[in-house]
Design a protein around this ligand. Sequence first.
Ligand SMILES: [Zn+2]
Length: 61
Amino acid sequence: MSVFGLGCLLNRHDPDRKQVRWNGYDYVGECRHCGAPIVRHSRRNWRKQEAKSEPTDGAAG
Ligand SMILES: [Zn+2]
C-alpha cells in the first residue's frame, strides 16, 4: 500500500546502512524508503538534510 514509510512523511527516515558514512561532522546516508539524503541527529533519529544555499557545481575536490 504505502510507497514510502509513514515516517518519511513526518521527516523521520530510516538509513540504508550500506550507505551510511561519517563525513567528519555527522553521519549521513540515504533513506532506504524514499532515497532522500539524510543526516543523523541522534540515535535512530534521522532527518532529511537541509538544502544548502551554496551552489554545488562539482568544482570542489
Ligand atoms: Zn524516507
